[in-house]
Design a protein around this ligand. Structure first.
Ligand code: DGL
Length: 262
């Protein structure tokens, strides 16, 4: 396989920028094609059948652009990874999320915020059980937080209210020291969450995801060995949004193309 091919990324919107950022940091010479399906988000409020149909279309979009493999940045899409159709390898961010908490063995309970679909599908609980029986997630599926971040990022009071609505139900069940951000959108507002919950450490699965991708690239001899910086193309479904460009700049993501598609 040609190692110059791009790595594909799928998210239900702009949340996956937080995964793209980690991957770009790790692999400055790789090419990336990112698809964010903002027009159809929130995936987390859809039925499993709807999510599978949309993600299969996302996969096809990237396969048509000849990517070497696909990172399912979106946790909601990853929660149904077993039921997706793909001709290339799919990286599932839930695996990375579970591996990220394994070293926290002194904790019995780790908080997990995610979309309602992700929590409902129990993929985080099942994947963690495969790895350890010493830790359990206390999860809460929030219906609104991802959407507020995707579409109303500047409305700080609304954002804080929705962060509180997502985290309080977890703390009410059990005090936690660590909170896994089980949706790509949440690391965008890490700073705000940290200001509100100073005693809780936040875990972003994207960091472990980059390590898993690195292992795979090396083992399969798929690294792009070009000396030039990689190129990144970003496709977002739906109308143009100014805040998307601003977020890309804030996250210091390099991109060569940002295209809105229908
Ligand atoms: N970004 C998606 C995730 O990681 C969720 C947002 C949505 O509901 O579309 O789960």
């Amino acid at each position: 396989m040609n190692s110059d091919k791009a790595i594909g990324l799928i998210d239900s919107g702009i949340g996956g920028f937080t995964v793209l950022k980690e991957l770009q940091n790790y692999f400055p010479n790789e090419n990336f094609i990112y698809l964010g399906d903002s027009a159809n988000m929130p995936y987390g409020e859809r039925t499993n059948e709807e999510i599978i149909k949309l993600v299969n279309e996302d996969i096809k979009f990237l396969e048509d652009r000849d990517v070497k493999f696909i990172v399912l940045a979106c946790n909601t899409a990853s929660s149904l990874a077993d039921r997706l159709e793909s001709n290339v390898r799919l990286f599932n961010i839930i695996e990375a999320g579970c591996l990220s908490v394994l070293d926290l063995k002194e904790e019995n309970y780790i908080g997990l915020i995610a979309t309602r679909a992700t929590v409902h599908n129990r993929s985080y609980d099942n994947a963690l059980k495969e790895l350890t029986d010493e830790i359990e997630f206390i999860s809460y599926g929030t219906p609104t937080l991802a959407q507020v971040i995707n579409n109303q990022l500047d409305e700080i009071n609304l954002l804080k209210k929705n962060i509180k609505l997502a985290i309080e139900p977890i703390i009410e069940q059990h005090p936690i020291k660590h909170l896994l951000l089980g949706c790509t959108h949440y690391p965008i507002v890490s700073k705000t969450i940290k200001e509100m919950y100073t005693n809780i450490d936040l875990i972003n699965p994207a960091i472990m995801e980059a390590k898993l991708v690195e292992d795979y690239l090396i083992k399969n001899n798929l690294s792009n060995n070009s000396n030039e910086s990689g190129k990144t193309e970003i496709f977002i479904t739906g109308p143009e949004k100014k805040t998307n460009k601003r977020l890309l700049n804030e996250l210091e993501i390099n991109y060569n193309k940002l295209k809105y598609i229908q």
